[in-house]
Design a protein around this ligand. Structure first.
Ligand code: T4K
Length: 404
């Protein structure tokens, strides 16, 4: 246990972990089954272009999301681009700034102008009133992000979209298996996008998918995904190559086999973090609604420096010195980075506050209860002595600067 400032590795104490404890360790599942699937693909001599593993993967994802169509792609950023294009959007697209930069960049790459609006400070998701306030005569759509697997306020957004004649779609990169009012994320808006990046709850090494109940949109997406070819193989429009390979699908199927187990593990981890950090003033662990079948892939905490006396960034240093590697998802927020910052400066107070305080802690199948107790022990030690840790760190840096 760390009981005093000197115990922290940042100030010379022994590091709590021998090896780095990461956020986003891949959920691989049964390795033997993965290798079996890869061998099968090699024997089958069909490696990409809509092979049997890919089709099985698409069917299983559609099933899990409760939708009619799944179009798998090489990553979610490309899937977002395809979605924006297939929806034939133009002009401005309103979206939250508190998201991975891919949500915005994909819009930009599709020739659109992302317009950022503020979030609900409690959920971190887009605030429908702020979305409405950002609508102009050039707006064609609203894009919600189910941040960390928490569903966006879908009904309210649908109402705003309908009132202004706008399309609605979702970046569901974090939300595979999560629900909203008894339905699985996937079938809301015109389409939704999942990510199967290595760090996601189900991974295909790299990968993504657009899911939709709209058959015509799905056909359009399939065409854009494969050089603009129609169902009969003839080229009918400009398209790209964003297909998912058989090797990626083999990984995805194996990771999907482990999905229930991964989520059970994640939920137990999340509950343990919550109980270990309960009552630590100035530290809040984002909660999930148990009824919305959260995948709990992200353990998100906020550090309020006004209360703790320690800034999130210094706590991150403290943790790193202990061999714990947290992430600042998503700091800076999209509107705080180029080109958006210079092109369309905007103040989004709730987003800026969250971006300044947010810290994502390690979870996933590789992270044990014992790991979590040790991580929380470090957090408690540093936060309960926040002002002293900050002072000590400042003194150390001042001395280092003076002796240079
Ligand atoms: N929309 C949203 C809301 C998203 O969050 C994302 C991606 C997207 C769209 C776009 O999806 P993709 O096009 O990527 O499919 C990571 C991921 O690369 C990215 O997929 C993810 N969101 C984002 C939140 O996190 P980085 O820059 O943090 O990755 P990196 O390499 O620093 O790794 C993060 C952590 O994962 C580290 O602790 C190390 C660990 N890791 C990483 C990899 C690649 C592993 O343990 N094994 C690995 O193989 O972006």
């Amino acid at each position: 246990m760390k009981q005093k400032v000197d115990d922290l590795a940042l100030f010379g104490g022994p590091a709590a972990f021998l090896h780095p404890l990461f956020v986003g360790r891949p959920s691989i599942g049964d390795r033997a089954r993965l290798l079996e699937r890869l061998n099968w693909a090699l024997d089958n001599k069909w490696l990409t272009n809509g092979g049997p593993l890919l089709r099985e993967f698409e069917e299983r994802v559609a099933d899990l999301a409760g939708v009619r169509n799944c179009v798998a792609t090489c990553n979610a950023t490309t899937a977002l681009q395809l979605m924006y294009r297939a929806m034939e959007l133009s002009g401005e697209v309103v979206m939250p700034s508190m998201t991975f930069i891919a949500t915005a960049h994909a819009a930009r790459m599709a020739g659109l102008e992302p317009v950022f609006c503020d979030i609900d400070p409690v959920t971190g998701c887009i605030d429908p009133r702020e979305a409405e306030a950002a609508v102009t005569s050039r707006t064609s759509a609203i894009v919600g992000v189910h941040l960390f697997g928490r569903p966006s306020p879908i009904d309210e957004l649908a109402k705003v979209a309908a009132e202004h004649g706008l399309r609605l779609a979702f970046d569901a990169a974090h939300a595979l298996g999560c629900g909203y009012q008894g339905r699985r994320i996937g079938g809301f808006g015109a389409a939704e996008v999942f990510s199967f990046h290595a760090t996601k709850v189900v991974n295909t090494f790299e990968g993504g998918a657009v899911v939709t109940d709209d058959d015509a949109l799905a056909q359009h997406l399939r065409s854009l995904n494969a050089f603009g070819a129609g169902a009969d193989g003839r080229i009918e429009r400009v398209g790209t190559n964003a297909k998912m390979s058989e090797a990626a699908a083999a990984m995805g199927l194996t990771s999907l086999d482990a999905f229930d187990q991964t989520v059970r593990h994640n939920r137990a981890n999340h509950a343990l973090y919550r109980s270990e950090l309960l009552g630590v003033d100035g530290v809040s662990v984002f909660s999930f609604d148990e009824d919305e079948s959260p995948n709990c892939q992200y353990v998100v905490v906020t550090i309020d420096e006004a209360v703790t006396g320690i800034h999130r960034d210094l706590l991150m240093r403290v943790l790193r010195a202990e061999n714990v590697v947290p992430q600042r998802y998503f700091s800076p927020a999209c509107h705080q980075v180029e080109p958006y910052r210079s092109e369309r400066p905007v103040e989004l107070p709730h987003t800026e506050r969250l971006a300044d305080q947010v810290l994502v802690l390690p979870t996933g199948p590789a992270v044990t209860g014992e790991d979590i107790r040790r991580v929380c022990d470090i957090v408690r030690c540093a936060v309960l002595r926040g002002r002293r840790v900050t002072e000590r760190f400042r003194r150390g840096t001042d001395q280092a600067t003076a002796s240079r």
